[in-house]
Design a protein around this ligand. Structure first.
Ligand code: NAI
Length: 245
């Protein structure tokens, strides 16, 4: 408890899945949380569930730099700082190489790379002024090892690992830590689209014998955002039960 006391945190894609559990963990740890998501209905539900807690929801499409700038400026006006950015929003649009449409390719690049770039560019500017900050990006086990039918997604999740190293170099001297988390297969809606047989197969291949829980990733986000991780920079932390070792 209170590992993030008083810290102002932006969590993108915080209205569902891993992001939603992360919002709760960050609140438990004493953070002031801003959830940025395009899903207003889920965002309002989240607010309802967390009445009386330090949570704000903003409808922000991370692809749109003007929306990101506006939402960040509002936080700066109210709190004077953004201490933590969790670049968690991400989408999949799966198809094999031969069947992937231009739209499937581009939409995944837009959210998983441009969205991450936009939020980091805008928020790191404010962090640099303060001389401190923590940025954590959502990669994936498939960004490290590839996956059938996910050219677009794999490209972005591998790209996020590269960007994490790049930004760790650029921003480290300004007092900002940039790291990534590479989740294995986590039991959220995203995984519900995967056939049952494949899930059983993945569980069998995981030394810990189960899929991950959103809490497993949320715990890694908290750790990398906390002072306990103050000398960790540019790393990608695999949280996959040992699926690929
Ligand atoms: P999810 O689909 O449950 O939630 C993603 C959230 O992002 C949704 O609330 C959605 O509305 C929001 N979002 C989508 N586009 C957005 C945009 N342009 N701007 C703002 N918000 C947007 O996803 P899940 O499973 O919780 O995944 C979270 C992150 O973890 C993603 O980056 C995903 O790629 C990554 N990941 C997930 C794994 C899994 O097994 N679930 C495995 C490895 C990585």
């Amino acid at each position: 408890m209170n590992r993030l006391k008083g810290k102002v945190a932006v969590i993108t894609g915080g209205a569902n899945g891993i992001g939603k559990v992360t919002v709760n963990k960050f609140l438990d740890e004493g953070a002031i949380v801003f959830c940025w998501d395009i899903n207003t209905e889920a965002g309002n539900r989240l607010l309802e569930e967390n009445k009386g807690r330090n949570l704000k929801f903003n409808k922000v499409d991370t692809i749109k730099i003007t929306e990101v700038e506006k939402a960040a400026a509002q936080i700066m006006e109210e709190y004077g700082a953004i201490d933590i950015l969790i670049n968690n929003a991400g989408i999949t649009r799966d198809a094999t190489l031969m069947k992937m449409t231009q739209d499937q390719w581009q939409s995944v690049l837009d959210v998983n790379l441009t969205g991450v770039f936009n939020c980091t560019q805008v928020i790191s500017g404010h962090m640099v002024e303060k001389g401190s900050g923590k940025i954590v990006n959502a990669s994936s086990v498939v960004g490290l090892y590839g996956n059938f039918g996910q050219s677009n997604y794999v490209a972005t999740k591998a790209g996020v690992i590269g960007l994490t190293k790049e930004w760790a170099r650029e921003l480290g001297r300004k007092g900002i830590n940039v790291n990534a988390v590479a989740p294995g297969f986590i039991a959220t809606e995203m995984v519900e689209t995967i056939p049952k047989k494949l899930i059983a197969d993945l569980e069998g291949k995981t030394p810990l014998g189960r899929l991950g829980k959103p809490e497993d990733i949320a715990n890694a986000y908290v750790f990398l955002s906390s002072e306990e991780a103050s000398f960790i920079n540019g790393t990608t932390l695999s949280v996959d039960g040992g699926l690929v070792i």
